[in-house]
Design a protein around this ligand. Structure first.
Ligand SMILES: *Cc1c(COP(=O)(O)O)cnc(C)c1O
Ligand SMILES: [Zn+2]
Length: 503
C-alpha cells in the first residue's frame, strides 16, 4: 500500500518522524553522554550503558490505540527500511535516517503454536517464536541491524571511516556481525574472536563465508571477551558485543513483535528466554517497559529467564530472596549443549539487575523469574519439540525445558500462555543432535540418550543385488530394473508397507 492511501488519522505517522534525542546513560553513576561517539562503558566509572531517548515523553502524546494502528498499518508499506526492526523506528532508532538503515530480512519472525500433543506434555499453552528464521539464523541479527545501521549512519555523515568492527562470540554474534558488516564493506570490515572448538562447524562457516577475519582463541567465551575488551579499549575498533548498547536497542524489537502478534494483549502471557551474556533478556524487558509506558500494551507479561545448570550465574544471583543480600559471583562454566549461552560472567548483569527492579515495580508484583534446567532436559525437550513440527535449537530446548520447570514450580499457571524463544535455527547446533543419536556426547555433558528420541539413517543394500549404481556409473537395462525392484522391496519390508492389489 502507498503511504498516501492510508487512513487520515494514520497518515501523519505512517512514516516515522519522531525527533528523538538519544544519549548513553551509565547504569553506575547516572552520567549521560552524546551518541556521536561509539561508547561501550562509562568513561568515568567503567559501568555498562543503556541508550535513552530524552524526548521519550513526547511519544506518550500519541495514544496507545493510535500507536497500535500505526504499527499494524506500517506492515503494509513496501519501504525496505521499515520492513525489519525499524518498523518500530521511534522506539529503537529515531535518529537513524531511513536511507542509512541496513535491512537484510531480519525480524518479524513467525510465532508458531505447538500442537496439542506437545502442549499437553508441557502442561501449558505455548508458542515458539522462531528467531532462527532471521538471515544469519539467530536473533543476533536484530541487534546487528541496529548496531550496523548506526555505524553506517556515522560513516555516511563522515564522522568515522575505515571502521574495523570486532566481537567475541559463542558463534552467533560473529555470524551476524560478519554478515551485516559485509553488506557495507569496504567502509566497515569485521574481525571475530571465537573460543577454539567451542562453536559449531556451521557457526564457524558463517563469518568465514562473509569474509571476516576469524581468530580462534584458547579457552571459553569469557576469555575471548576479555581479549576483545582489551582490543576495544586500546585500539580504534568498533565493538559489536552486546556491551554495545545499540545491540540492545535492536533486540527490543523481539518484544514489540510479540506484542503485535498477540494484538497487544499481554494478559496472562509469559515470555521465556534463555540467558547467556544477558543482552537478550535485557532487551526483552526494556522493550516491554517502553510499550507499557506509552500505553501500547496495558499489562506487562511475565518474563522467565532460563539457564543451564552448567552456566547459571544469573539464576544463582536471584536464588537469594533478599535483594539487599544478593551478591553477583561469576561461575566457571561446564560444557553445555546450549553452547551459545555458555557464559559464566554475563556482561549485561548490571543491566539485568537494574531492569528486573524496574520491571517488577512497574508490574506491582514479582513478574521476572529465573529457573535452571539440566542438560538432559535441554536436549530431550529440543528433540521432542522438533519431532512435533518445530525447528528449535538447543537454546529453544533450554527455553522449553525452563517453561516445564516453571510450570512444575507454579511460577507459570494453568491459564498462562507462553511464548518460547527459539533463539537460533536447529541446524546450527545439529552436531549435538548427532552426538545424542550416536550416544557419543562426552560424559561431562551429563546427558544420556533416550532411545525413544534417537534416530539414525539406514543403509539399504539388499544382499541379493549384484550391481548397484555409483556416481558416474549408472546402471542400465535389467541391472537397473533389478536394483529398483529389490531396493524398493527391501524398504517396503522395513516399513511394513502393504502391497496395492493389481487392477
Ligand atoms: C547469544 C545467544 C543466546 C544468549 O543470548 P544473550 O543475549 O547472550 O543472553 C542464546 N541463544 C542463542 C542461539 C544465542 O546465539
Ligand atoms: Zn558511570
Amino acid at each position: 500500500m502507498k503511504a498516501e492511501d492510508f487512513p487520515q488519522e494514520i497518515k501523519p505517522f505512517i512514516l516515522p518522524n519522531h525527533d528523538g534525542e538519544l544519549v548513553y546513560r551509565c547504569l553506575g553513576c547516572g552520567q549521560q553522554y552524546g551518541i556521536e561517539k561509539l561508547l561501550y562503558t562509562c568513561p568515568a566509572c567503567k559501568q555498562v550503558l543503556l541508550i535513552y531517548d530524552l524526548k521519550f515523553e513526547s511519544l506518550k502524546k500519541i495514544p496507545g490505540n493510535i500507536w497500535r494502528k500505526i504499527f499494524d498499518y506500517r506492515k503494509m508499506l513496501t519501504i525496505p527500511a521499515l520492513k525489519g526492526i525499524y518498523l518500530y523506528h521511534e522506539f529503537i532508532g529515531p535518529i537513524i535516517p531511513l536511507d542509512t538503515v541496513i535491512y537484510l530480512g531480519e525480524g518479524h519472525t513467525p510465532v508458531i503454536e505447538a500442537n496439542n500433543f506437545l502442549q499437553k506434555k508441557v502442561g501449558a499453552r505455548f508458542y515458539f517464536k522462531n528467531d532462527g528464521q532471521n538471515p544469519s539464523a539467530s536473533f543476533k541479527d536484530r541487534g546487528m541491524a541496529s548496531a550496523l545501521s548506526y555505524i553506517n549512519c556515522l560513516v555516511r555523515k563522515g564522522y568515522v571511516s575505515d571502521v574495523l568492527a570486532i566481537c567475541a562470540s559463542t558463534g552467533d554474534t560473529s555470524a551476524s556481525a560478519a554478515l551485516y558488516a559485509s553488506f557495507i564493506q569496504p567502509d566497515v570490515k569485521s574481525a571475530v574472536l571465537l573460543p577454539h572448538k567451542k562453536v559449531t562447524p556451521q557457526q564457524l562457516a558463517q563469518p568465514l563465508g562473509s569474509g571476516a577475519a576469524v581468530f580462534e582463541i584458547p579457552g571459553v567465551f569469557d576469555d575471548c571477551m576479555k581479549v576483545v575488551e582489551a582490543l576495544s579499549e586500546n585500539y580504534n575498533v568498533a565493538l559489536l558485543n552486546s556491551k554495545n548498547a545499540w545491540r540492545i536497542l535492536g533486540q527490543e524489537s523481539y518484544s514489540y513483535e510479540i506484542a503485535q502478534a498477540f494484538e497487544y494483549d499481554m494478559e496472562n502471557r509469559v515470555v521465556v528466554v534463555p540467558i547467556g551474556n544477558a543482552g537478550n533478556i535485557t532487551a526483552v524487558m526494556n522493550g516491554f517497559l517502553k510499550f507499557y509506558e506509552t500505553g501500547i500494551i496495558t499489562s506487562l507479561p511475565k518474563i522467565l529467564g532460563v539457564q543451564s545448570e552448567h552456566a547459571n550465574p544469573v539464576y544463582r544471583y536471584y536464588l537469594e530472596p533478599d535483594a539487599a543480600k544478593r551478591k553477583f559471583e561469576p561461575v566457571i562454566v561446564k560444557p553445555s549443549v546450549a553452547q551459545a549461552a555458555m557464559i559464566g560472567n554475563p556482561v549485561s548483569m548490571p543491566r539485568v539487575i537494574h531492569l528486573v527492579d524496574v520491571y517488577n515495580s512497574m508490574s506491582g508484583k514479582q513478574n521476572v523469574f529465573f529457573v535452571e534446567v539440566t542438560e538432559q532436559s535441554i536436549m530431550d525437550w529440543e528433540l521432542l519439540a522438533n519431532r512435533n513440527g518445530h525447528i528449535a535449537c538447543t537454546h529453544g530446548g533450554e527455553s522449553l525445558a525452563g517453561l516445564v520447570e516453571a510450570r512444575r514450580l507454579g511460577i507459570v499457571g494453568e491459564n498462562d500462555i507462553a511464548i518460547v524463544d527459539s533463539t537460533a535455527h536447529a541446524i546450527k547446533f545439529s552436531g549435538f543432535q548427532e552426538k545424542y543419536f550416536e550416544k557419543s556426547l562426552p560424559a561431562e555433558y551429563n546427558i544420556s540418550s533416550n532411545p525413544a528420541l534417537v534416530n539414525a539413517p539406514v543403509y539399504i543394500h539388499p544382499e541379493s543385488l549384484e550391481k548397484v549404481p555409483a556416481p558416474g556409473k549408472p546402471l542400465h537395462g535389467n541391472d537397473f530394473d533389478q536394483f529398483v525392484e529389490q531396493t524398493s522391496k527391501e524398504i517396503a519390508k522395513r516399513l511394513s508397507l502393504k502391497r496395492v492389489p493389481k487392477a
